[in-house]
Design a protein around this ligand. Sequence first.
Ligand SMILES: *Cc1c(COP(=O)(O)O)cnc(C)c1O
Length: 358
Amino acid sequence: MTELARLVASVVRDDVLALSAYAVPSAEGFVKLDAMENPYSLPDALREAVAQAVAAAALNRYPDPRAPELQARLRSVMQIPAGTEVMLGNGSDEIIAVVSQALARPGSCVLGIEPSFVMYRMSAQAAQVRHVGVALRADFSLDTEAVLAAIATHRPAVVWLSYPNNPTGNLYPDADIAAILAAAPGLVVLDEAYNIFAGRSWLSRLPEFPNMLVMRTLSKVGLAGIRLGYAAAHPDWIREFDKLRPPYNVNVLTQAAAHTLLDHLDLFDEQAREIRATRRELMIRLRAMPGVEVFPSDANFVLARFADGPGLMKALLERRILVKNLHAFHPLLLNCLRFTVGTPAENELLVTAVADAL
Ligand SMILES: *Cc1c(COP(=O)(O)O)cnc(C)c1O
């Protein structure tokens, strides 16, 4: 060990030293179906409009910290109910981190469903707050009795619900979410990252539930590169979270681009319709293969179980197709792979490769 390595190890938190960094595999030369990106690009005219908006942005100035124009645009196009406040994030990942930090009282805990989105657990760890996991049932339905029992036992400061759930793709029944909202002693976050594909939302019901925060992102809509997430909740919550938000977290380029792009939500709705139709196609093709179990999806990805998930992953990599191997992610996901719904051509490559490898 060098002297510097010793110094680093003596100063950095032990739990951080034990972590490994979030791995993003290089996708150079691959058909990229691992990260729920929208496979379609923007029409030339819209790219031109974005270019002009971005060219006019004042790069020498810090961004307006609350981005009021962008917030107003979001409120109107997303129909965010009156009486709520909005906070923008550099992706919703940042909002998860801010909420986790704000609620991390010593000795408190947060509750997440398992398997679900990894950032809830990672942000809890960064904030040094305990993460209580409640497993889904084997069919990935919500074990609501177990969630309610864990809420009663652990009194979590926040309950994280990915709606639909990543990586299982399903929505939870309204009655179960209502029961969780009624029982939770703290905040309940509905993470609606896949809303454009699901068509069901709790956003309009915010005024009914003062302990609910609804979080969304433009990433899965088709704008993962600009990093813009948003949260809506009662102003009492947002006021506190806003204190921990880095003041200039949404940069001027993102603000300018988003402002222009939000005028064209019909385009993203159309792409989402296309993706839902191709998702159906992809599921039918996979289901027709022997020994493949395909789970229902309300998102832009398909989860499937194979006889040998890791073996298939390897075969797909050899064919330069990048998907997500969830085999070791959670015991319920044994031999499972997750495929982002790509273009029809990309899905064809995937289906052919899977069929050849089985
Ligand atoms: C992808 C994803 C996010 C992250 O969104 P960003 O805005 O890109 O940070 C949040 N929640 C869930 C459930 C996701 O799958």
